[in-house]
Write a protein that binds this ligand. Structure first.
Ligand code: GLA
Length: 381
C-alpha cells in the first residue's frame, strides 16, 4: 500500500471522514558537499523517493493534534501556548509553528496523521522532511504563500532555535526545492540553485549501515564551532571565502584539529564544484573519484565517519560497476551513497549487502534512489 493510501485510510479511521489535505515532503541524499552548508559553501543533494506524508483537516480552536503511525503516539498543543518537550517527534511540528509565528504569520490549527518511510537518524534528513511537510500544511491552511527558499529558512530556524541543532540549510532547501529526476547544486550563501543530471547510465544507490547517530548532536555542534575558530583566524566571512594556501598561511595560529576541519571544508567546496563539471560532462569516473576523495576527507580530516560507514564505503568502492562511494549527511552513522553503473545495480546491491553482513553481522538496507520533487500538496482523493 502506498504511504498516501496508508495515511488517508488511517485518517479516515481516526476522524470518521477523509482528510481535506495531504502534504508530502521528501528526504534527501547528498551526493557531495558535506559539512559545507553552514560554511556558506556548495552542496549537491537530491530529494529522494522517500518522504513524510501528513493527512489533515483544519480546526478552528487554535490547536494542532497529530498522530504518528510510526511511533504510534499522539501529541496535541495550542498554537498560542507552545512549550518545549525534550526529544519528541512532535517538536518538529511545534518548531515550525513557532518559527512561522515568529516570522509574523497567523496560523490555523489542524488534526493530522503523519507517516514516513524516511528512516530516522539515518542521515537522509527525516527531520527536514517532517519540517517541510508541516510547513506545507500550515502554509496551505493559513494562506501563506509558498516560496521554497523562504520556507526552508523558516524550517531551518525551527531546527536551530526550537529543536537546538545548529544545522545548515541544505536539508530544508532540498526537501523544499527538489526537482524530479535531478540533483541540485545549492549555493548556501545566496540559496541559488542549479539542476545537475546524474551521468547517463548510472544510478544512485543508498546503503544504510543500520547504525544510527546517537541522540546527542554534540559532534555536529562541535564541528560548527571548530569551523568558526578557523574563520576567526583567517579573517574571512566564512570558510567559503578561504583557499588552501590561505589556510596554510595561518596554520601556526590554529590547532591541528581546527586546521584539519577547515582543510576538509575548503577542499570539499572545490570538489563539489568539480563534481558539477564532471556530472555536466557525463563523466561518471571523475564524479566517482571525487566521491571517494570526499569520503577520505570526511574520515581523516573531519572525523565524522564511524566504523560502519567507513566499512560500507570501502566495500562499495571495491565492487565492479561502482564509480565511487562515500558517507552521506551529517555522519556519525547512517548511510553511505554510491554512484553505480545502471546495469550493475542489482549485482552490486547484492554483493555489498552480503559482504557487509559477513563483516558486521548486520543486514543493511540497500536501495536505488530516484530523484523526486520537493515538498508539495497532494489533493486528497
Ligand atoms: C546535516 C545537517 C545539514 C548538513 C549536513 C552535513 O544533515 O542538517 O545542514 O550540515 O549534516 O553536510
Amino acid at each position: 500500500m502506498s504511504l498516501q493510501q496508508r495515511v488517508t485510510d488511517a485518517f479516515t479511521a481516526q476522524f470518521g471522514e477523509p482528510p481535506t489535505l495531504i502534504t508530502r515532503a521528501p528526504g534527501r541524499v547528498n551526493l557531495i558537499g558535506e559539512h559545507t552548508d553552514y560554511n556558506d559553501g556548495f552542496v549537491l543533494p537530491m530529494a529522494i523517493d522517500r518522504a513524510v506524508w501528513i493527512a489533515l483537516r483544519p480546526r478552528q480552536d487554535g490547536y494542532v493534534f497529530a498522530h504518528s503511525l510510526e511511533f504510534n503516539e499522539s501529541a496535541e498543543f495550542l498554537l498560542a501556548e507552545m512549550v518545549h518537550r525534550h526529544g519528541e517527534w512532535a517538536e518538529y511540528i511545534k518548531g515550525v509553528a513557532w518559527s512561522l509565528q515568529e516570522n509574523g504569520y497567523e496560523l490555523i490549527g489542524w488534526d493530522g496523521i503523519v507517516t514516513s518511510d524516511v528512516p530516522v537518524g539515518a542521515s537522509l534528513s527525516s527531520s527536514a522532511a517532517f519540517e517541510l511537510a508541516s510547513a506545507r500544511a500550515f502554509s496551505e491552511l493559513s494562506d501563506i504563500p509558498w516560496d521554497p527558499a523562504v520556507m526552508a529558512k523558516i524550517c531551518q530556524r525551527a531546527e536551530n532555535e526550537w529543536v537546538g541543532v545548529s544545522s545548515g540549510i541544505m536539508d530544508q532547501m532540498i526537501s523544499a526545492s527538489g526537482v524530479d529526476g535531478e540533483a541540485l547544486l545549492i549555493d548556501c550563501r545566496d540559496l541559488s540553485t542549479q539542476r545537475v543530471t546524474v551521468p547517463a547510465g548510472t544510478v544512485v544507490i543508498v546503503m544504510d549501515t543500520m547504525t544510527r547517530r546517537e541522540l546527542s548532536n554534540s559532534g555536529y555542534n562541535d564541528r560548527v564551532r571548530e569551523c568558526k575558530l578557523a574563520v576567526a583566524a583567517l579573517g574571512v566571512k566564512a570558510l567559503r571565502d578561504a583557499t588552501l594556501p590561505m589556510l596554510d598561511s595561518v596554520r601556526h595560529q590554529i590547532d591541528d584539529v581546527v586546521y584539519r576541519r577547515a582543510r576538509h571544508v575548503i577542499s570539499e567546496d572545490e570538489r563539489t564544484l568539480e563534481a558539477v563539471e564532471a556530472m555536466n560532462a557525463g563523466d561518471a569516473v571523475r564524479m566517482g573519484d571525487l566521491m571517494n576523495a570526499s569520503h577520505r576527507s570526511l574520515h581523516e580530516d573531519y572525523e565524522v565517519t564511524n566504523h560502519h560507514t567507513n566499512l560500507m564505503a570501502v566495500i562499495a568502492q571495491g565492487l565492479p560497476g561502482c564509480y565511487g562511494a562515500r558517507m552521506t549527511g551529517g555522519g556519525f552513522g547512517g548511510c553511505a551513497v554510491a554512484l553505480v553503473e545502471a546495469g550493475a545495480a542489482e549485482t552490486f546491491s547484492a554483493a555489498v549487502a552480503a559482504e557487509y553482513k559477513v563483516q558486521t553481522g548486520i543486514d543493511p538496507a540497500i536501495y536505488v534512489c530516484r530523484a523526486s520533487s520537493g515538498a508539495n500538496i497532494v489533493e486528497a482523493s
